[in-house]
Design a protein around this ligand. Structure first.
Ligand code: FAD
Ligand code: SF4
Ligand code: SF4
Length: 467
């Protein structure tokens, strides 16, 4: 990996924690690849990136070609290089990993793309010719942006609607700066605008703008609205003051870092300064919360997770970063009650053990009798995952079919919902997932929407010829 800033330094700011390869390091790292006949790294990259090819080109110093190979399958290689959980995807499946460190694929991907930006090789996706048909995309997260870029490249009139005031979805208001600095997202946004994509921000579809209006306005629509309904803790005391959902906490921190005014932030429940913080959960969102609290100046940060380290959903790399930064992990522990008068003061928890496996082979955590203990807490952050909002109700479109988890149902081949010309992609279809999967869905749905629009145009031409 490129040089990682010492924990004592990075605890005090929100900048990214890794530096960047220089040319010699980039070439040296890329030259470690053995050019496998069956590249498991590529098989386990959701985008099927042609990793061996761009590693070889980098090793040979042919960086512009390496960038073109990386960008051929990925609309945001500079973002995936930074925030993919590579230890679970490409790098975790690199054959060199067995006994040695794997090739640092993500860091090389970032190096190639940052070089391409610095050299001016990254062009806005301007189309060779314009088409009359227009596409509306609801949601400017990675799924919406990937689809917008690829459809714009094919010449469609592109309009992206988002209820937030900035483009990027969770890239901006979820993921903290120390993993992804926001200028990186703003730079992509600028390129897409330059390509002619129109962004309609502060536009809540289903609120000020109706979904039915949008359907009339565009030849096809994409719903890429993500999942935002926070799962709640099921224990006594959740209504106490200073008990907050993870995304409210992280959004406020990101807004502060962006220089926005956040009402009542200072020493309110969204600021961890001077507080003893307990984060409940074991996913990447929980890791982002604990590390944000450290940077805000919490006096102690503890993470309570009901399974053990081996069985946590978050990336092991993120846990290591958090431990280095001073976070204490209480594995196999679950909250039983939040205690306090008006605001929370302590968390009463019990120890767990892993029992028999469920139908998916995952051992179920069970409470151990008489294992109670308490930890002090002035701020409790619940990071237990997200579910979809009720999209059919929100959009007044009961025809939209949903799964038993509330995600939108689509036809697996055409990626169309139950409504003609309305497609869906990203977390709203998969449930809470990863940026790289959202990009993959955006790429796939752009292809399907293009097919649909071509067929629609052909029918319109045939009808007008017959008239
Ligand atoms: P989103 O990114 O959620 O974007 C949806 C957009 O739709 C938003 O901008 C929203 O404002 C807009 N929208 C919703 N409803 C409406 C409406 N009615 N009208 C208008 N606009 C609307 N993944 C990784 O790969 N690596 C990580 O390190 C990582 N860290 C994460 C940290 C946190 C805290 C969280 C919450 C998630 C993280 N993820 C990470 C997951 C990743 O961010 C998501 O999987 C990904 O952003 C999903 O993309 P999306 O485009 O489907 O939705
Ligand atoms: Fe690895 Fe993600 Fe890049 Fe694929 S997109 S090569 S999984 S870092
Ligand atoms: Fe190279 Fe590792 Fe991929 Fe093999 S698995 S092609 S060594 S990066």
């Amino acid at each position: 990996m490129p040089e990682k800033r010492p924990a004592a330094e990075r605890r005090n700011d929100f900048h990214e924690i890794y530096g960047e390869f220089d040319q010699a390091q980039g070439q040296q790292q890329a030259s470690r690849c053995s050019q496998c006949g069956i590249p498991y790294c590529q098989v386990h990259c959701p985008l099927g990136n042609n990793i061996p090819d761009w590693l070889m080109l980098t090793a040979e110093g042919r960086l512009q070609e390496a960038y073109e190979a990386a960008a051929a399958t990925n609309t945001m290689p500079e973002i995936c290089g930074r925030i993919c959980p590579q230890d679970r995807l490409c790098e975790g499946n690199c054959v060199i990993d067995k006994g040695f460190e794997s090739v640092s694929i993500g860091a090389v991907e970032k190096y190639i793309t940052e070089t391409a930006f610095a050299e001016g090789w990254v062009a806005p996706p301007k189309p060779a010719h314009e088409r009359a048909q227009s596409v509306g995309i609801i949601g400017s997260g990675p799924a919406g942006l990937a689809a917008a870029e690829l459809l714009r490249g094919r010449g469609y009139q592109l309009h992206v609607y988002d209820r937030y005031d900035r483009v990027g979805g969770l890239l901006v208001y979820g993921i903290p700066n120390f993993k992804l600095e926001k200028e990186v997202v703003a730079r992509r946004h600028a390129l897409l605008e330059e390509a002619g994509i129109r962004f309609h921000l502060n536009t809540d579809v289903g609120g000020a703008l109706s979904f039915a209006d949008l359907r009339r306005r565009h030849d096809a629509l994409l719903i890429a609205t993500g999942v935002y309904r926070a799962r709640e803790m099921a224990c006594a005391g959740v209504g106490l003051g200073n008990v907050v959902p993870a995304l409210s906490y992280l959004s406020a921190a990101n807004r502060k870092a962006l220089g926005d005014a956040v009402p009542d932030f200072d020493s309110g429940p969204l600021d961890a300064r001077g507080k003893e913080v307990v984060v409940v959960g074991g996913g990447d969102t929980a890791m982002d919360c604990v590390r944000t609290a450290v940077r805000q100046g919490a006096t102690a940060v503890r993470c309570l997770y009901r399974r053990d380290r081996k069985n946590m959903p978050g990336s092991q790399r993120e846990v290591r970063h958090a431990e280095e930064e001073g976070v204490e992990f209480l594995w196999l522990a679950a909250p039983e009650a939040l205690l306090g008068d008006r605001v929370v003061r302590r968390v009463r928890a019990h120890r767990m053990h892993l029992g028999v496996a469920d139908a998916e082979g995952r051992q179920l955590p069970q409470p151990l009798p008489d294992s109670h203990f308490e930890v002090p807490a002035d701020l409790v952050i619940a990071a237990l995952g997200f579910d979809p909002e009720d999209v059919p109700r929100l959009f007044a479109a009961p025809e939209l079919a949903v799964s038993r988890w509330g995600t939108l149902e689509i036809d697996r081949r055409s990626m169309m919902t139950a409504l003609d010309g309305v497609f869906a992609a990203g977390d709203i279809v998969r449930g809470a997932s990863l940026v790289v999967w959202a990009i993959r869905d955006g790429r796939d749905v752009a292809e399907q929407m293009h097919r649909y629009l071509q067929a629609k145009a052909a029918v319109a031409t045939a009808v007008s010829a017959a008239e």
